[in-house]
Design a protein around this ligand. Structure first.
Ligand SMILES: CC(C)(COP(=O)(O)OP(=O)(O)OC[C@H]1O[C@@H](n2cnc3c(N)ncnc32)[C@H](O)[C@@H]1OP(=O)(O)O)[C@@H](O)C(=O)NCCC(=O)NCCS
Length: 182
């Protein structure tokens, strides 16, 4: 079900891209407004494109996203949130419990709008959603270059996930406490 998130859903969000940084790197010609909404199955192709073209996953990291596909099943199952500006999807994230505990499954911002506040807005929305679901903490297996972002968002590194399968590198295991007193 698509729609701008309500407070009941965990976030009421119509933030603006940070004007001080958006114009030099962004080709959209947008007015700076952004909305965060729930993903719809019709978004799958665009979300898949966003993942597969991420410049952060080049070189040895490429194997991780090369054939990654965002499916309608994931959209239906998980809390998948999309950041949109001027009708263009510029980022998304998802919260899943498919692995048995609350986990941030995806967090991607399009290359040309990174460092303009989109990731933070998505983070705020997904944390609100996790809190609304009553979770005490959310796990993150971080892409190594993104660890500093998650730390900036308040997450803690609590370990390392060892390489396995085609993932030949270690990844920081992180957690964010969702305790309302924090
Ligand atoms: C990681 C990612 C989601 C961050 O999104 P973003 O929109 O660029 O982040 P924001 O602009 O909202 O940044 C929020 C804060 O984090 C900081 N930050 C963002 N990326 C950072 C990084 N790589 N290193 C250090 N700080 C970072 C920003 O400077 C900003 O800090 P400030 O509030 O002090 O100015 C984005 O870079 C991305 O999509 N990367 C590629 C995909 C990826 O690795 N995803 C993670 C998968 S686990």
């Amino acid at each position: 079900m698509a729609g701008i998130l309500s407070a009941r859903g965990g976030a009421a969000t119509t933030p603006s891209l940070r004007s001080s940084r958006r114009c030099g790197r962004c080709e959209m010609g947008h007015d700076g407004s952004m909305r965060i909404r729930e993903a719809d199955s019709s978004d799958c192709a665009e979300l898949t494109r966003l993942v597969r073209t991420s410049a952060s996953y080049q070189g040895e990291y490429r194997v991780m996203v090369a054939d990654m596909t965002i499916t309608a099943e994931q959209v239906a199952r998980d809390d998948m949130l999309v950041a949109e500006a001027d009708g263009r999807i510029i980022g998304f994230c998802s919260l899943t419990t498919s692995g048995g505990e609350p986990e941030l499954d995806y967090m991607f911002v399009d290359d040309d709008v990174q460092r303009s506040g989109v990731g933070q807005a998505l983070w705020t929305a997904v944390v609100a959603r996790a809190r609304a679901r009553g979770f005490a903490a959310m796990k993150i297996v971080s892409h190594p270059p993104a660890e500093a972002f998650y730390r900036r968002m308040g997450a803690r590194t609590v370990g390392l996930v060892e390489p396995s399968g085609r993932v030949t590198w270690s990844r920081p295991l992180m957690t964010i406490s969702l305790d309302h007193r924090d």
